[in-house]
Every structure is written in C-alpha cells, then in structure tokens.
Design a protein. Sequence first.
Length: 278
Amino acid sequence: MDQKAKVALQKTATEVRKGIINAVASASSGHPGGSLSVADIMTYLYFKEMNVDPKNPKNPDRDRFVLSKGHCSPALYAALAHKGFFPVEDLLTFRQVGSYLEGHPNMDKVPGVDMSTGSLGQGISAAVGMALAGKLDKKTYRVYSVLGDGELEEGQVWEAAMAAAHYKLDNLTAFVDYNGLQIDGKISDVMNPEPIADKFKAFGWDVVAINAHDFDEIEKAVNQAKLNKGKPTMIVAHSVKGKGVSYMENQASWHGSAPKKEQADQALAELDQYLESL
C-alpha cells in the first residue's frame, strides 16, 4: 500500500475513533474498549475493501459484513456514518430513547447493517449462512465478520467454524479481534480459548495472524483470503483494547464503561493531536 493511501486510512480510522468516543460519551453507556481496538479493521473493510454503496445499501450483489461482537456497535456505526450511510451527527443519539442507533446493530433500522447482532456466537453463524447462500446462488459477493476473542468461549462459534469448513466457504473471511481482554479481565483467566490459530486450523480454516493496527498487514491478509480456495479464512488480529486513547489502552475496565465529559475531552484531544501528526 502506498503511503498516501495508508495515511488516508489512518485519518479515517482516527475519525472513526472520535465517533466512537462521541457516541458512548453522549449515551453515558456503551463499549469503547473493543470498539477502539477494531476501528482499523472496520476502516479498511469499509473504505478500501468491501463493495458497498451508501446510495444502494440493499444491493443484492454487495459484500456483506456481520459484527458478531455486536456490543461494539459504536465502531460499526462510526464507520457507516463516515462512509455516508447516515449523518455523522446522528452518532450523538446512540443508545438514546427514540434513536435508531441502538446498543446492538439492528438491520431493520440502520442503513448498511446486514445482520442484527448482540448475542455472542450468533453473528458468525449468520455470516456462515450468508456465505453459503452466496455459493448456492452462484454470487460473487464476499462475507466478512468480526468476532471478539472472548466470544470464542461460546460453543456456537465452533459449530459455525465446523460448518464453514465443511461447506468450503472460501467466500467467508472472519477476524478475531484479539486484544486479550473481556469484561471480567484477561481471556486467559476467564476461559482460555488458546491456541486460537491452531484450533481454527484444526477446524479446517486457513489462518493468518496480523497486527490489527497495521494497514499493510490487514491488506495482505485480506488479499490472501481472496486467493484462498476451498477454505474459509480466519485472520487472528492482535490488537490493543482501547487503541488510540492512552488511559483506555490495555485496560479491561473500559470494556463496557463510558467516559465522563472530562475523560471524553481528553480522548478527543489525543485523537486530534494524532490527526495533526498525520
């Protein structure tokens, strides 16, 4: 990826992170930590990779995206808003009475949302179904999904993984947002899902490990997945929970806690400072 394209993605990802902070701060509720850790992946998919059109969000030939870790909807909403699916200003209505931007993505209310998610494990299962439908209908669209690493503790994830390999869904690319933390602390202490890469390989997936905050590595992995034949691809994306906000980074306490006004102001100032450096 050339430097100009990379800087453009870095700028967009920073705007997405600002949208995340504004949304959860306005609601005094939400999940900033895991939303921030996945912001770069969301930015790459929506602004570089996926065939989606805000003017035609239901195009039957569009690529599909499923946020399996649906509690991190602020990241999806911010990406969709900056892509043009709805006004960026609406992020300030997140989780508020009467708003269409609910705590979990709702495909019936939010333009650009392909699957309503929230109950962990069900998103990746729906993504497998979408990919299988694409195969049966002889469509060329691709399906992308993002799971949380704590989500891998759900048995349904592994049923979906087995089905994806059985049906040779090479049109399915999934990411594990591997930040190592969930609401109760380290995933290794709560219910250790390791070895993640080896497990998905054993279930019949092609597996790639990357730095979730390096656009070159994200691009290389996504391109490799598109060349893969006969297997779904799992990209194990090593990330930093709370990425981009100094006091949130690597802190499990920010899994589901919204920043107060002073904290939000500090977060936005840090992100603006990073923008200026670009």
